[in-house]
Design a protein around this ligand. Structure first.
Ligand SMILES: Nc1ncnc2c1ncn2[C@@H]1O[C@H](COP(=O)(O)OP(=O)(O)OP(=O)(O)O)[C@@H](O)[C@H]1O
Ligand SMILES: [Mg+2]
Length: 259
């Protein structure tokens, strides 16, 4: 569905500037969720923005399925020509519009009638478990509820590809766990094709079909969560996993101590 072929990205004009993304190749199969995982500055957002068409690659090609499901070279297609929705970390809801208007807005822009936009917005809100909030303003919602509105707003457009950039990082730990389960359930129920960015290994293990571990613009390893977790191929990946393993040890110790 999404395929990167040897894609590189350099910001700015300088030919000597470091590559933010350095010759990466990977695929996100239709109906699956792939996570781009790695520490700050490794190139996750840059990669996601290239899928969305908000940045163009310096070299390489990006392919996506067209409406008939056939592969199409979209490397030079503008963002609005791609059937893709992006959910940001900071929701970016319209503060002066109520929940229903926020979710229906994108549909109205594409020429859907007012009443259709309304019924589809209600359906999308139901999908994210947000019923009875239609008239509230974003400022009258909790962080988790705002995030659900943002999710509904992306879903309502029925994009072929849904992109998430650290969507849960503004939420507290408990809500983060609940929301990542919801995103995963929704993705599986609606068979969505998703590219998901996080620097949180536990989150990646919980939601992904495939994980792409990035390191300074290159791919350190990719595979299923189990493959990456059980067979880390380099010290870099081992170190990255090590922190989560240590967390696991801490939790076990805490539980023993509690008894
Ligand atoms: N608009 C820009 N202009 C110049 N350099 C940029 C720009 N955006 C990102 N970079 C650089 O490209 C590299 C990759 O950045 P990117 O935002 O993709 O990282 P990231 O993995 O998303 O990090 P984080 O986890 O902090 O969000 C970094 O070195 C960053 O400084
Ligand atoms: Mg980022």
């Amino acid at each position: 569905m999404i395929e990167f072929k040897n894609v590189s990205k350099r910001y700015g004009e300088s030919k000597t500037a470091a590559l933010a993304v350095d010759g990466i190749s990977f695929t996100v199969p239709t109906g699956t969720l792939t996570t781009l995982l790695g520490p700050s500055g490794c190139g996750k957002t840059t990669t996601l923005r290239m899928i969305a068409g908000l940045e163009s690659p310096t070299s390489g090609e990006i392919w996506m399925a067209d409406k008939k499901g056939l592969p199409e070279n979209v490397t030079h297609r503008a963002a609005h020509e791609r059937n893709v929705s992006l959910v940001f970390q900071n929701y970016a809801l319209f503060p002066h519009m109520n929940v229903l208007a926020n979710v229906g807005y994108g549909l109205k822009m594409t020429g859907v009638s007012k009443s259709d936009a309304k019924s589809r917005a209600i359906e999308a809100l139901k999908n994210v478990g947000l019923v009875g909030f239609d008239d509230r303003l974003p400022s009258e919602l909790s962080g988790g509820q705002q995030q659900r509105v943002a999710l509904a707003r992306a879903l309502v457009l029925e994009p072929a590809v849904l992109l998430f950039d650290e969507p849960l990082s503004n939420l507290d730990a408990q809500l983060r766990r609940a929301m990542r389960e919801e995103i995963r359930n929704l993705q599986q129920r609606l068979k969505l094709t998703v590219a998901y960015v996080t620097h949180d290994l536990v989150e990646a293990l919980a939601v992904s079909d495939h994980i792409v571990v990035m390191d300074h613009g290159v791919i350190a390893q990719m595979g299923t969560p189990q493959e990456v977790f059980e067979q880390p191929k380099s010290d870099y990946v081992k170190n990255f996993l090590g922190e989560a393993a240590m967390l696991r040890d801490d939790i076990d110790r805490f539980l023993k101590w509690q008894k």
